[in-house]
Design a protein around this ligand. Structure first.
Ligand SMILES: [Zn+2]
Ligand SMILES: [Zn+2]
Length: 140
């Protein structure tokens, strides 16, 4: 996360509808259709948990990535492969960036869980690539 201009305590700036439309010019039809169904201009909720989410990106397979905020169970994580019927528009506008502490805790948790996999099959996996160079129990 080096070089990011947005600190976790900054309010999230939702794009306006005009900004979203301008960004969509020239994008694939599937992305345009998706973005109009699930625009980045508002926050969302999901059934079964208390968190708020914002749309971080759209994929050409008709799914999108949701960013987990401060009040969700995976603060700081972007979850891809979400479909429009999985979210409920909220519109409260109060999605918040996770705190730095939450991000560290989430990173550590994901790393611990992922590192238990013998091989994840992702040649670009940073966690597994790092395992060779790192000794998790090396520090007392
Ligand atoms: Zn909301
Ligand atoms: Zn891996």
């Amino acid at each position: 996360m080096s070089g990011t201009k947005v600190t976790p305590d900054d309010a999230y700036e939702y794009p306006t509808a005009d900004e979203l439309e301008a960004w969509l010019v020239g994008k694939p039809a599937v992305v345009i259709e998706l973005a109009r169904r699930v625009p980045t201009t508002t926050c969302y909720r999901m059934r079964g948990n208390e968190g708020h989410y914002v749309v971080a990106s759209y994929a050409e397979n008709g799914t999108f990535t949701l960013a987990h905020g401060r009040d969700s169970y995976l603060p700081g994580v972007g979850v891809f492969g979400i479909t429009p019927d999985e979210v409920i528009p909220c519109g409260c506008g109060r999605w918040q960036w996770p705190t730095a502490e939450q991000r560290r805790a989430t990173d550590a948790r994901i790393e611990r869980q992922h590192a238990r996999l013998v091989a994840c099959g992702d040649p670009k996996c940073e966690i597994h690539a790092r395992r060779g160079r790192r000794r998790p129990r090396g520090k007392a």
